[in-house]
Design a protein around this ligand. Structure first.
Ligand code: AMP
Length: 423
């Protein structure tokens, strides 16, 4: 199956071939024909499957085919709403790439930055708007945006939207959309709340499911290291120093934890940057750009900030903390091994996280191989029940003589527990 077989028009085919896409991914193969027939679509898929092109290509094609009617106005005819700023930027970039040989214009709006450049772009006129919910409502209220000419509406990452508490914003946006439109609804998971929401948005729809969870997990080479909370930073430094890894995305459960990892890596001469919700949009973008350009080789992120981020050829994902929601693990390791590439994901698991690891293995239906040999295998937590806050005052724990004594005392136990867990 080729894009040409799917009936894609020449200017878009040209852009896809320039981008190096030879064949459609499964979600594209299934969704594009439905969307070109003007049907509504419910897509059960996450980023990494080629979902963006699956909706962007047909929207561009519809708009390009009707461009004789649209040319003068450049009114907003397609609206894509997505939960995070990074995703919004990425989606808009993709519209620009796929639509570069058409006269279809797009722009992106998101919060956390001044609105001037965004309102200017809107004033010049755009056909496609990619937006995060808050800034969209804000600019609608200020009169910069009208949704009255919308013909295509995409709600992306619906489950994450609800997780982030955007339900009221979504309802407000829906209330302003013309009832005659084509609607596309994407979500990685489909709990009842999401299905209910989809019914409010979609008319007569067709459903496409690309099972990404297991598929992604199968493509990624995974490993787990059993290590203490405090041994984690040493292990990370050790891995980064001994294996020349081009690009590593490190996941931290908390924003504070992400900052701390960056600081500790810096102390060992490893250049890293953090992205999370407390960083300004400019700082996040700069970190991401520097990472994509290879100026820094380690990016430390929280889940919300990193979800959907598309980094070509990301070599390694490190789960510095094991996520307590098993699906999050799959989202994280999906940052590597995107599209057809394969990747590596390693996880650091301390005593308290063993239960999370078991849940993950159940979800992906795989046993993650354990790397039994590493220099920090004998470090175990003195107080397994203590949290990161309590540990803050002694970040490099291994230096105190007390702790060394504890460590020696605990070596035997640790070895036993590790060999038990390897079985
Ligand atoms: P997405 O799920 O939209 O975030 O896409 C994941 C990655 O797959 C991105 O890097 C896309 O550029 C890439 N991609 C999307 N469609 C194709 C395709 N047909 N062939 C090769 N790569 C693709």
């Amino acid at each position: 199956m080729t894009f040409k077989d799917l009936g894609i028009i020449a200017p878009i085919l040209k852009a896809l071939s320039e981008k190096g896409y030879t064949n459609p991914t499964p979600i594209q193969e299934q969704s594009i024909p439905i969307l070109l027939r003007n049907k509504d679509l419910m897509g059960c898929a996450q980023t990494g499957t080629g979902k963006t092109a699956a909706f962007a290509i047909p929207i561009l094609q519809h708009l390009a085919n009707n461009s004789h009617e649209n040319r003068q106005s450049h009114k907003i005819k397609a609206l894509v709403v997505t939960p995070t700023r990074e995703l919004a930027i990425q989606i808009a970039d993709n519209f620009t790439i796929y639509g570069k040989h058409t006269n279809i214009r797009n722009t992106v709006i998101f919060g956390g930055v001044k609105q001037g450049a965004q309102t200017q772009a809107l004033r010049r006129g755009v056909d496609i708007l990619v937006a995060t919910p808050g800034r969209l409502l804000d600019l609608m209220q200020q009169g910069f945006i009208s949704l009255s000419a919308i013909e295509y509406f995409v709600l992306d990452e619906a489950d994450q939207m609800l997780d982030m508490g955007f339900i009221h914003d979504i309802k407000k946006i829906l209330a302003k959309l013309p009832s005659k439109r084509q609607s596309l609804f994407f979500s990685a998971t489909m709990p009842t709340s999401i299905v209910d929401l989809s019914h409010k948005i979609l008319g007569d729809f067709e459903k496409v499911t690309v099972k990404p969870e297991q598929a992604t997990a199968e493509k990624v080479e995974q490993a787990v290291y059993f290590v203490s909370k405090k041994g984690k930073i040493k292990l990370l430094v050790y891995l980064l120093e001994t294996q020349s890894i081009k690009s590593t995305l490190v996941f931290s459960r908390t924003k504070h934890g992400a900052n701390k990892i960056v600081k500790l890596l810096d102390r060992d001469g490893i250049k890293a940057a953090a992205i999370h919700g407390n960083k300004s949009q400019t700082a996040r973008q700069k970190a991401l750009e520097n990472f994509k350009k290879g100026i820094i080789t380690v990016l430390v992120a929280t889940d919300i900030a990193a979800r959907g981020i598309d980094i070509d050829e990301l070599a390694l994902v490190v789960n510095y903390d094991i996520p307590n929601i098993p699906e999050t693990y799959v989202h994280r390791i999906g940052r590597t091994g995107r599209a057809k590439a394969s990747g590596v994901a390693i996880s650091f698991c301390d005593q308290e996280e063993r239960a999370y690891l078991r849940d993950i293995q159940k979800l992906i239906n795989q046993k993650i191989p354990v790397i039994a040999e590493h220099p920090f295998v004998n470090l175990i937590d003195e107080k397994p029940e203590s949290n990161t806050q309590n540990n803050r005052n002694h970040s490099r724990s291994g230096n105190s003589s007390n702790r060394n004594r504890n460590r020696n005392r605990n070596q035997k136990n640790s070895r036993n527990s590790n060999s038990r867990n390897r079985k």
